[in-house]
Design a protein around this ligand. Structure first.
Ligand code: AHR
Length: 496
């Protein structure tokens, strides 16, 4: 099989917003407790932040982290998580039915974000609370001082404001599982009111309004339309959440996940632009894909079966080599749509459906999915080019016929770096030719490959940490032999 990917420096899709390389830390399972935060751990600093997790977060290339949820935020009283730790209440987290000690809250997250060198992205509770609590949290975070909540922050040890720029107006409010789930009408009105109140506290902040929890939601499309009719003038981004998994051994459909992801994003963009057209508005909303990943949801017991435990092992998916290839394809697809995707968060960062796992009191290690994300974040810079791909197709039961090879090409004029991210979704080798017409003096610097030669998934609760770490390491990029560059064409032998 052969494929041809054609790019030209004049055909640009858009600037790559570094916030596309974001992630997510929710109070869920062991994401916070024994994930980012474990006082007493061998690598923990004076704040109790695990140094091994911070090191891996940097190596992953994480630019931004969304916090504190997720479903958790929809009944979160943020005031519980600030002030002297001994005064903070222990609560039942209704989303995941676990005990929340509140020993990690807003101030701890901001300190952690600074140490990990990531931009904080905050979500507010629009499930059981409203504009008042949300506006107070903006005041706590962003006002320099001289008001009740900003002075409370200073008294709690943070003299300088945090300057949080990006705010999510609730989480997955279309989902019946969400605490305080609402109709699109009710949510749209509340989100508009909350955004207006929050912006009066800090006019410089930006808002993400909730889109659908997945493309499969029965309300998808209509939800976006109605919500945006209420919030179009108040918000900057609309959220997209998307999780994929291999179901019933249907590997081909799983390998085509990124094609469905791309179609989903285009549908949300089309809906937002239709609302703009009805209003005769030139404004073009962008997407905040603030939850994306592979998640074996069908193996997840659901919120109803959870015991009220502290630090439970929840949703600790162990990924295969095949999962790494699909994760890489999903991230490349976000980059390819850089004209409309401004923010994206791999859900999540550590332990919970995550590219890294930890043991309490023990090691932290990379999962298979870590590798394509770190490799892409390190190399994809500048602008995404309009890469035209011709090649084999892949027939799937779930997504119809999709491109058998996906191609994403980025170009950074400042460093002179041209990067092609190619994914062979088929079961056969493909000889790919990248035609980089119009670039002077292209020379090959590096060619790496991630191979999906295992499709074994495990369980962090039963398998030894060393076995899991070895499985993660097996997907590390290897040197790809046989790549040649001559004149305007590079040829790349893609493995199945
Ligand atoms: O990321 C895990 C969960 O997935 C989040 O809490 C929720 O927003 C989504 O359903």
């Amino acid at each position: 099989q052969t494929a041809r990917i054609t790019v030209h420096p004049s055909f640009v899709v858009g600037e790559i917003d570094r916030r596309i390389f974001g992630s997510f830390v929710e109070h869920l399972g062991r994401a916070v407790y024994t994930g980012v935060f474990e006082p007493g751990h061998l690598t923990a600093d004076a704040d109790g932040f695990r140094g091994d997790v911070i090191d891996l977060t940097r190596e992953l290339g994480t630019s931004l982290v969304r916090y504190p949820g997720g479903n958790f935020v929809s009944n979160y009283f943020w005031e519980d998580g600030v002030g002297p730790v001994e005064d903070r209440p222990t609560r039942i987290d209704l989303a995941w039915r676990t005990i929340e000690p509140n020993t990690f809250g807003t101030d701890e997250f901001m300190r952690w974000a600074r140490k990990a060198d990531v931009e904080p992205m905050m979500a507010v509770n629009l499930g059981t609370r409203g504009a008042d609590a949300a506006a107070n949290l903006v005041e706590y975070c962003n006002v320099p001082g001289g008001t009740a909540w900003s002075d409370r922050r200073r008294a709690n040890g943070a003299e300088e404001p945090y300057g949080v720029k990006l705010w999510c107006l609730g989480n997955e409010m279309d989902g019946p599982w969400q605490i305080g789930h609402k109709t699109a009408e009710d949510y749209g009105k509340l989100a508009s009111q909350a955004a207006q109140a929050m912006r009066r506290v800090d006019p410089s902040i930006e808002f993400v309004v909730c889109g659908s929890s997945s493309r499969e939601m029965p309300t998808f499309g209509e939800w976006e339309r109605v919500v945006l009719e209420h919030t179009f003038d108040d918000v900057d981004y609309i959220s997209v959440h998307a999780y994929y998994q291999e179901r019933d051994g249907d590997r081909r459909s799983f390998l085509a996940s990124a094609a469905s992801f791309e179609a989903f994003m285009h549908e949300v963009v089309a809906t937002a632009d239709a609302v703009a057209a009805r209003r005769h508005s030139p404004k073009r909303l962008k997407l905040s894909v603030d939850e994306w990943n592979i998640w074996y949801i069908s193996e997840f017991p659901g919120e109803d079966n959870l015991a009220l435990l502290e630090e439970p092992r929840l949703i600790e998916d162990v990924y295969s080599g095949l999962d790494a290839v699909v994760a890489g394809d999903l991230l490349a697809t976000l980059i390819r749509n850089a004209d409309r995707v401004a923010v994206a968060c791999l859900a999540q960062l550590v332990n919970v459906i995550a590219p890294m796992l930890t043991e309490p009191g023990g090691d932290a290690w990379k999962q298979t999915t870590f590798h394509p994300i770190a490799l892409t974040a390190a190399h994809a810079q500048g602008v995404a080019l309009d890469a035209r791909v011709e090649g084999p197709t892949l027939a799937t039961d779930k997504h119809g016929e999709v491109a058998g090879v996906s191609g994403t090409v980025t170009w950074d004029a400042a460093s002179g770096s041209l990067v092609a991210i190619l994914v062979n979704r088929t079961a056969e080798p493909v000889d790919a030719a990248v035609e980089h017409v119009g670039f002077a003096d292209v020379a090959l610097v590096e060619a790496s490959v991630i191979v999906a030669d295992d499709n074994v998934r495990g369980a962090s609760s039963t398998d030894a940490a060393s076995d899991l770490a070895a499985r993660g390491a097996a997907a590390a990029p290897r040197a790809l032999e046989g790549v040649t560059t001559a004149d305007d064409v590079s040829t790349v032998p893609l493995l199945p």
